[in-house]
Design a protein around this ligand. Structure first.
Ligand SMILES: Nc1ncnc2c1ncn2[C@@H]1O[C@H](COP(=O)(O)OP(=O)(O)O)[C@@H](O)[C@H]1O
Ligand SMILES: [Mg+2]
Length: 322
């Protein structure tokens, strides 16, 4: 759906030059929800504006929805939907008018039917809701209206810039459901930007992490997290008459040859393991300990978060980087 090579954008102003995007390569497969994750100022919006033909790249090429960005920008625009950061509605115009205008601009065959269908799907069919201007809507309703505007002409590819920024947790969860629905029901490809780790994690099939204008890591949420350092499994050993250190030593010996264990340390009567793919390895570990006569009092597993990934590739925490 998207193939970009060396996409770059420099802004030159009175106060000097800003290299907002410094050569981005990306591929987005049809039917995926792909997240562009990075701190504020990383270059997410600039990249999105280039991919949606709103901003000319300083360098690089891209094919978007099967059309060349430079030679056929109108072709790209016809095939994509775009919801800008903060939306694009006129706060004083009734929602129904906005939708109808958008439908006519794109030459939608039966605007009323399409608007009715979108209103039902996006929970905008409450009594009198579409008669209101967006200024008289809740944050969640406004964002769903933005989605409806982006989807009027049934694009195969939808760009969303920070779709849930400023929403309360419940409205965010609701919007995630709608975005998943577009993918699962209609096969729409969604390319969204976010600076929320949990959003990227919960919603995206693939994530591209961008920092200072460059992509620094990419993969599925699980792949990215696996890249960090494996999962941490902590085994609390049950006291059984023997000194704890001795039990711990026995436990360590029992697991020494286990193929998924990368590292084992004894800490305060507990055995702390770094394990590849902990969820799968766990049963085998417990069985091996059982075989060695080691009893467990408790067992914990912690997975690395996307913030750990960001920390690993950039040396900073995403929370601090913003
Ligand atoms: N029109 C512009 N003129 C000058 N600098 C800009 C312009 N737009 C964005 N920038 C700068 O480019 C960098 C990336 O901005 P942006 O793409 O908006 O980041 P993000 O969306 O990831 O927060 C920032 O340093 C920003 O200040
Ligand atoms: Mg932005």
């Amino acid at each position: 759906m998207i193939e970009a090579r060396g996409l770059a954008r420099t802004f030159t102003g009175r106060r000097g030059t800003v290299e907002a995007v410094r050569g981005v390569d990306l591929s987005v497969a049809s039917g995926d929800v792909v997240g562009f994750l990075g701190p504020n100022g990383a270059g997410k919006t600039t990249t999105l504006r280039m991919l949606t033909t709103l901003l000319a790249p300083t360098a690089g090429t891209a094919t978007v929805a099967g059309r060349d960005l430079r030679s056929d920008p109108a072709g790209v625009r016809r095939r994509i939907g775009y919801v800008a950061q903060g939306g694009g509605t006129d706060p004083s115009v009734p929602a129904a008018e906005e939708l109808e205008l958008q439908a006519r601009l794109y030459g939608v065959a039966d605007p009323a039917a399409r608007i009715g269908e979108l209103a039902r799907r996006l929970e905008l069919d409450g009594e009198g809701l579409l008669a209101r201007p967006s200024a008289a809507m809740s944050g969640g309703q406004r964002r769903r209206l933005d989605l409806a505007l982006g989807l009027v002409h049934r694009p195969r590819l939808l760009f969303l810039d920070e779709p849930t920024t400023g929403l309360d947790p419940q409205s965010r969860g609701n919007l995630w459901e709608h975005i998943r629905g577009m993918r699962d029901r209609d096969g729409t490809t969604v390319f969204l930007t976010t600076h929320y780790l949990d959003e990227a994690d919960a919603l995206c099939d693939r994530i591209l992490i961008i920092d200072r204008g460059r992509i620094v890591a990419e993969g599925s949420p699980a792949e990215l997290k696996r890249r960090v350092s494996g999962d941490v499994v902590t085994l609390e050993l049950a006291a059984s008459g023997e000194p704890l250190d001795q039990i711990a030593g026995k436990a360590r010996a029992a697991l020494a040859d286990h193929p998924s264990v990368r590292e084992a340390t004894v800490l305060d009567g507990a055995l702390r393991l770094t394990v590849d793919d902990g969820e799968r390895a766990l049963m085998g570990l417990v069985r091996a300990l059982d075989g060695a006569g080691v009893e467990l009092a408790a067992l914990r597993m912690a997975r690395p978060t996307l913030d750990d990934v960001f920390l690993t590739v950039t040396g900073r925490s995403l929370r601090d980087a913003a």
